[in-house]
Design a protein around this ligand. Structure first.
Ligand SMILES: Nc1ncnc2c1ncn2[C@@H]1O[C@H](COP(=O)(O)OP(=O)(O)OP(=O)(O)O)[C@@H](O)[C@H]1O
Length: 644
């Protein structure tokens, strides 16, 4: 297996991540806009690194570029993981990315969320079940989540854990995967200052305990938070203004003639690196200052990280060492392996320094992935009370309603119409009320899917199979009750063979309806659009079922539609199964009587295909829908990340 591109071997002594001369351009109205300008640097095992800068400085862009998650535009430069070129598939499994909007399933508890992450990402070949459980417990303990282990994550519909706890769950779900590099996009956003500080403090503890390189963007940290970072990357307008030990940033700027004017160093740094647009004079001045800072840092690096002669540093009132950046290669102030002497917690073991992963963990077996995902989907579906109870209630109510509308059908001419009505209603009930809720569930899981997909958490085939399979029992159960009730209360033909054919027909229709919902969910990614298109498409197909229009008398140019119409095959099968073999009485004075069921089927044009062909074709159409859904998920909806 190739873990790194170009046959290069990773080295445990190299920085975890190093990058040089990164330029990122995007299309703008007036040509091309450069978002990142020649950024170079590196980060090492055990470091907690903050990327800071004012809004629009390029923090998230840099984080995304380094994580291999930037889309669109043009990217130039070089990025190395442990000194070697990165392979996209391996790198994404060694990286844990905590996004700003904690995308998690709202109905799962904290413990279930962490457990699913551990079970999916940690390979069975390396970790026993007990070890995975131990990791989950450890993550909950370290991130102070044990007291909310059984609380649901929550979301818009139902309240769950607090914002800070939610963020810590996201971090925990990333940490249990044993990454070599942890990346967090604005972990403090939306949190109050004490929760934000707690998140950063716990992240620091994790980084140091596990010798884990942790990189985060942060908007405006408090002074206490700034003190927690080992290294600081300060950006202004996509350019590097400072990169080095966080503790030495203030002396560095002081040495350039910018004494700190703010008790919070973060505010001081951001003030320095922000363009002031209040007046043209202020803009000109601040642009000149930022450019001077950028040039000074480039110059500073060229000098091998020499700050100032010691006397100059003393004169500036700094207690810092004159040499901020001893390693002129990466210009970041650390030796190639993390030093643990600079304020890092005392509980780091020396062995931890060698924990950095040199190769990505192997994937679990496909079968195992499907099982874990199915269990997760199943748990979520059962907790989705509106879905489960709605489905049950709908099936029971409709069973009673339809059965009593078409109660105890006889063998007279009125019963012909009522039989047709019963069977067509069953076809409608097997499509519309199935497609809509399935689409809602599939589409609402899209955010988590994208996150897990970007992290290479599982195979897409495993995700798709588990998603599809988890729906079958939930849907087939209530719909079986519906069919049995309608069949016997309405008194369709009491014949075991005919009953099971009706059941088989209904199952084939449900199979293709679920498939239709999956295809729709991935054809139209926006929920509001999908919810307009799906019923319109179904209503259109309904016209070709053979009930509203005669299937032999459809406008020729549109006749082909009935061959891709799941309604047509199900209805055709139901009608032949129920009506064939029946004889109907004709009251004196009644005209246009049907003598036999066969006459009815023929009159409706539904005798064109044998029952078994109708069932098989419906299953095949369903399989086609699943294939379309999968293909769209796999190839069309695939994120196209730029890679270096
Ligand atoms: N794909 C893109 N197309 C156009 N402009 C982009 C693109 N990506 C980033 N930008 C622009 O680049 C600049 C930097 O964006 P980025 O999101 O990295 O900033 P940031 O420092 O993270 O800001 P904030 O703190 O407000 O989130 C912004 O002006 C943004 O509008």
């Amino acid at each position: 297996m190739v873990y790194f591109d170009g046959g290069e071997k990773p080295s445990a002594d190299a920085p975890i991540l190093s990058w040089s001369n990164l330029n990122y351009d995007v299309k703008a109205k007036d040509g091309v806009r450069r978002i990142l300008h020649g950024i170079s640097g590196s980060v090492h095992a055990g470091e907690l690194v903050a990327i800071m800068g004012s809004s629009g400085a390029g923090k998230t862009t840099l984080l995304n570029v380094l994580s291999g998650r930037v889309q669109g535009g043009r990217l130039h430069g070089d990025i190395r993981f442990m000194g070697a070129r990165r392979d996209p598939h391996s790198f994404k499994r060694m990286l844990a990315f905590v996004e700003q909007d904690d995308m998690m399933y709202p109905s799962l508890t904290v413990e279930e969320t962490l457990r699913a992450s551990a079970q999916l990402r940690l390979p069975d070949a390396k970790y026993s079940r007990a070890e995975k459980e131990a990791r989950v417990e450890e993550a909950m303990r370290q991130l102070r989540l044990s007291h909310v282990r059984d609380t649901a994550i929550g979301g818009h519909a139902a309240r769950g854990v607090s914002g800070g706890e939610r963020k810590r769950v996201s971090i925990g779900a990333a940490l249990v995967t044993d990454p070599a590099l942890l990346v967090l996009d604005e972990p403090s956003s939306g949190l109050d200052s004490s929760s934000a500080e707690m998140v950063v403090a716990l992240t620091r503890q994790m980084a140091h305990r596990r010798n884990l390189c942790t990189l985060m963007t942060i908007h405006q940290p408090s002074a206490e938070m700034v003190a927690l970072f080992d290294k600081l990357i300060l950006l202004a307008q996509g350019k590097l203004v400072y990169m080095g030990p966080a503790a030495q940033a203030v002396p560095y700027f002081e040495s350039l003639g910018y004494p700190s004017t703010n008790s919070n160093p973060a505010n001081f740094f951001i003030d320095l690196a922000t363009i002031d647009f209040t007046s043209s004079e202020a803009t000109r001045k601040s642009e000149a200052r930022v450019q001077a800072l950028v040039d000074s840092f480039a110059d500073f690096r060229e000098r091998g990280g020499r700050l100032l002669p010691p006397q100059a540093a003393d004169a500036a009132g700094s207690t810092a060492s004159a040499s901020i950046v001893p390693d002129a290669n990466d210009g970041d102030g650390r030796s190639s392996k993390a030093s643990h002497a600079d304020g890092i917690d005392a509980d780091i073991t020396p062995e931890a320094a060698d924990l950095a992963l040199l190769e990505p963990p192997p994937l679990n077996s496909w079968y195992r992935e499907v099982l874990v995902l199915m269990k997760r989907d199943w748990t979520m579906s059962l907790r989705n009370r509106p879905f489960v109870f709605g489905l049950l209630a709908q099936c029971l109510v409709m069973m009673l309603f339809v059965s009593f509308v078409f109660f105890q059908l006889k063998r007279n001419q009125q019963s012909v119409q009522n039989r047709i009505g019963t069977l067509f209603t069953l076809v409608l009930l097997g499509t519309f009320p199935v497609v809509m809720p399935v689409m809602t569930i599939v589409m609402s899981g899209r955010g988590v899917l994208l996150r897990e997909r970007a992290a290479g958490t599982y195979r897409m085939t495993a995700y798709f199979a588990a998603r599809v399979l988890s729906f079958f029992p939930i849907i087939l159960g209530p719909y079986t009750v519906l069919l049995i009730g309608v069949y016997f209360i309405s008194h369709l033909q009491y014949d075991a063979g005919k009953f099971f054919i009706a059941l088989g027909t209904f199952y084939s229709l449900l199979f293709s309806s679920i498939g239709f919902a999956f295809a729709m969910s991935f054809i139209v990614p926006r929920m509001e659009v999908a919810f307009t298109i799906a019923p319109v498409s179904l209503a259109t197909l309904m016209l070709f079922a053979g009930n509203l229009s005669n299937s032999r008398a459809i406008t020729p140019v549109l006749r082909w539609i009935k061959y891709v119409c799941i309604f047509f095959y199900a209805y055709s099968s139901f009608m032949q199964n129920e009506l064939n073999g029946l004889e109907f009485s004709c009251a004196p004075g009644e005209t246009g009587c049907y003598a036999t069921g066969e006459d009815v089927v023929k009159a409706y044009g539904l005798d064109q295909l044998p029952i078994y062909v109708c069932v098989i074709v419906n299953l095949a159409l369903g399989a086609g829908f699943y294939a379309i859904g999968y293909a769209l998920l796999r190839w069309v909806a695939k994120p196209r990340f730029l890679w270096l």
